[in-house]
Design a protein around this ligand. Sequence first.
Ligand SMILES: [Ca+2]
Length: 263
Amino acid sequence: MSRHIRVMMATLLIVTGILVFLPSSYVGAGGIVANQSFEDGVGEVPSGWNLTGNATRVDTGPIYVGNWTARITGGNDTLTLWITKVVEMMTYDAWGWIYVSGNVTGVIALDFWSASVNGTQLTPTIMLSATDTNGAYVQRTTTVQAPVCTTCLRIRLLGIDWNDGAEVRFDEIGFFWLTGYCFIATAAYGTETAAELDILRNFRDQVLLKNTLGSLFVEAYYKVSPPIANLIEKNDFLRAVVREVLVDPVVHFLQWAQGLWRA
Ligand SMILES: [Ca+2]
């Protein structure tokens, strides 16, 4: 057996052990990621949204607070918003209010991406839709889990099967995280953004998720970890021990051996 293969196998064993015995942190509370009411914007451009076609932000009367909504009137009209910093494996509530007049289906389309620009779409598009709402706004909601490797959510407001004179308005587009399990990350380092975590994530993405066994392992890991994760998160001493005795050595080893596994 060549030295490289032995090093690779040792690395895999150690990381596997870490992933088994060091569960992810458990996030119990929720919070608003985005709540877009179209009240903010310069002229008719809503903050953060990309307008194509005749999509626009208009003053059409209040729903709860404020008067502005987003309105589209044709098949080429779309409003697009990229929400960055979406955390993988977290569970989110998404919702929006839709007003449909005439013969068309108004759609709030959601999909998760590994990066917003030139990235990879990770999920099929989830569609919250409504047809003629009789002059009212109706709310549509869903609960979704961001898949492994997610960094962004794309929200598009559009209509399908247009007929002349139809109109769709959107308002109060929300995205709210409920609960979820972060990768080893938060438990050991108390943050999602530590440089050490990038090493572990890269190893997961470039080595573990590239083969069937590794993928099965990562999937199982996410399923079994919550209760133990919850315990570690609540105990500073345990978290420090886990970080210094288990995670740091693996991170250092992966750093040292990265010439062997990095793509
Ligand atoms: Ca509004």
